[in-house]
Write a protein that binds this ligand. Structure first.
Ligand SMILES: [Zn+2]
Length: 176
């Protein structure tokens, strides 16, 4: 998902926040969440039956508060958003959160110990580690980066306020 991150996203206050794929940028503009501040001259991109300028810089219509130097607090909903609702074991749609090291064995509620999982795989794995269950993670769990967190939140939640796991704190932006 995503592709090359080629469009810069500015906060409503014009501070740079993140870079996103062209497709994501166009979606944010079409959904009225952002406006184009700078477009590539002479080029158009076709989206939802309309032609729009190729955005190089977009600006969010609503100010997003981004306190730095703290980590995004863990939440089940945040794990599903981070993993784009894809099961970490089979890649199908995930609706549950699996603890890689089960809580019964002391596994923590943390970004690095939890993944999105389909109900079937979650049930099959039960109170076992992936090794014990003979299951393999398609990708390791990770702490969401500030730009991933922002982009996922914007994409997933439409006009709702940012989800609680994102809004109160974000780690420092990674240097691109
Ligand atoms: Zn699955």
């Amino acid at each position: 998902m995503g592709g090359v991150r080629e469009t810069l996203v500015l906060n409503a206050s014009f501070e740079p926040l993140a870079t996103v794929s062209l497709r994501r940028a166009v979606v944010l503009v079409l959904q009225g969440k952002a406006v184009v501040e700078q477009a590539r001259p002479g080029r158009q991109v076709r989206a939802s039956a309309v032609e729009v300028p190729v955005p190089q810089v977009i600006r969010l219509c609503r100010y997003v508060r981004v306190p730095f130097r703290r980590r995004a607090p863990w939440s089940r909903r945040g794990v599903l958003v981070r993993d784009q609702h894809r099961c970490a074991y089979c890649g199908r749609r995930a609706t549950t959160v699996d603890h890689v090291v089960p809580r019964a064995h002391g596994g923590a509620d943390s970004w690095l110990n939890t993944v999105a999982a389909c109900a079937e795989d979650n049930h099959r794995k039960a109170d076992r580690t992936p090794e014990q269950a003979g299951m393999r993670l398609l990708r390791p769990p990770f702490e969401p980066s500030p730009s991933d967190a922002l982009v996922l939140a914007l994409g997933a939640y439409g006009r709702e306020p940012l989800p609680a796991w994102l809004a109160p704190s974000l780690p420092e932006p990674a240097s691109a």
